[in-house]
Design a protein. Structure first.
Length: 131
């Protein structure tokens, strides 16, 4: 297995910058030519080209400029997990988890999950701590 420490450092720097373009620029250089990005909740799959083209028009087409708050990145060998929240400008902190797969020193696949917050059922209150 290759040492992916530098790749992890670059991704962490881009994610903590809160600059969407720096993540896009990193994707251009640090992803494989056959990179695939999947969003299981919506059933969408993007190629590298599709992902880069979407990034170019995202703000104009969606009317939002999302802000990412980085929580942490875990992993080892050829797998990593990114945790954070997305703010699409409406004040709702959308939880984000991204699963990344590395091949030959480049990101080959990202599977990303987005979850809106919800009110916990009252019946669970005696079992849990609020975070």
């Amino acid at each position: 297995m290759a040492d992916n420490t530098e790749l992890a450092r670059l991704f962490e720097a881009a994610l903590t910058s809160n600059n969407f373009q720096s993540v896009v620029d990193l994707l251009k250089d640090a992803s494989s030519d056959d990179f695939v990005q999947e969003w299981p909740q919506s059933g969408e799959r993007l190629t590298k080209e599709g992902s880069l083209r979407l990034a170019e028009v995202y703000e104009a087409q969606s009317g939002t400029s999302p802000k990412f708050t980085y929580k942490r990145m875990l992993g080892g060998d050829d797998l990593f997990v990114i945790e954070g929240t997305m703010d699409y400008g409406d004040g709702v902190p959308v939880s984000y988890v991204g699963l990344g797969e590395i091949r030959d020193g480049k990101v080959a696949r990202m599977t990303e999950y987005f979850a809106n917050p919800f009110e916990a059922p009252a019946w669970r209150a005696e079992f849990v701590e609020k975070g």
